[in-house]
Ligand binder design. Structure first.
Ligand code: IPE
Ligand code: IPE
Ligand code: MG
Length: 235
């Protein structure tokens, strides 16, 4: 089996999972964290190099203040609980997105966790928090233009490769497989630049029901794809 080097996941459907059971949405999010644990473990064991998870989009801050604050709390407690285990499993952590929105305690815990896990050499776990694909391209454009103004690079250096050095996933392998759970067929402003040639996999499974078996199904589907990248094999 060909294991994708980089898998990205839009973890969607927590709210519907909860409302199907007449439970508050936050219970769905809590169950979603359990699915994250399963998928991180499975990716580490399978030898995936990078797993990028969409945890909170730049548009999710428009949800009710109550849901946003509960999501922040859940993010903080999951970070605190998991760091030790991530370290034991040699997992490196990288958080991408505009963290300035988050309360200071979360920002502090997030940067400490990243530092603590920085030297690990196994799976790279990327968490996208207050992340938007459009935001990423704009912040990269700002950094690149500042570098030109300072004379660090010239405008000729702004090629596709040169520009991508300023994106949040600059040093990660290309995204091979993008998965979205819960049946929605859209990108919702997740990675834009980085999924130029990714294989897309959509499943109706709601995120809290996602597990290693669902992940293997996605990878199996990936294995049947003919990745041509625009060219054709010569006969
Ligand atoms: C995904 O689940 C988690 C986040 C966006 C934080 P949702 O909360 O979007 O669940 P649905 O789409 O309402 O079912
Ligand atoms: C995308 O899901 C964001 C995350 C999974 C974190 P949403 O539920 O926010 O997306 P829409 O609103 O259905 O497009
Ligand atoms: Mg949703």
């Amino acid at each position: 089996m060909n294991i994708p080097k980089h898998i990205a996941i839009i973890m969607d459907g927590n709210g519907r999972w909860a409302s199907k059971r007449s439970l508050p949405r936050i219970i769905g999010h809590q169950q979603g964290v359990k699915a994250v644990r399963k998928v991180v473990k499975a990716c580490g064991e399978m030898g995936v190099q990078t797993l990028t998870l969409f945890a909170f989009s730049s548009e999710n801050k428009n949800r009710s203040a109550e849901e946003v604050s509960l999501l922040f709390k859940l993010f903080l407690s999951a970070l605190n609980q998991e760091v030790k285990k991530l370290n034991k499993n040699n997992i490196r952590l990288k958080i991408i997105g505009d963290m300035s929105l988050f309360p200071e305690d979360i920002q502090k815990t997030a940067s400490e966790a990243q530092m603590q896990l920085a030297e690990n050499t196994g799976l790279t776990l990327v968490i996208a928090a207050n992340y938007g694909g459009q935001w990423d391209i704009v912040q990269a454009a700002k950094k690149a233009s500042e570098a030109v103004i300072k004379g660090v690079i010239s405008s000729e250096d702004i090629t596709i490769e040169g520009f991508s050095n300023y994106l949040s996933l600059a040093h990660e392998p290309a995204v091979d497989l993008l998965i979205r759970s819960s049946g929605e067929l859209r990108i919702s402003n997740f990675l834009l630049w980085d999924i130029a040639y990714s294989e897309l996999y959509f499943t109706d499974t709601l995120w809290p029901d996602f597990n290693e078996i669902e992940l293997k199904k996605a990878i199996e589907s990936f294995n049947y794809r003919d990745r041509r990248f625009g060219s054709r094999k010569e006969n």
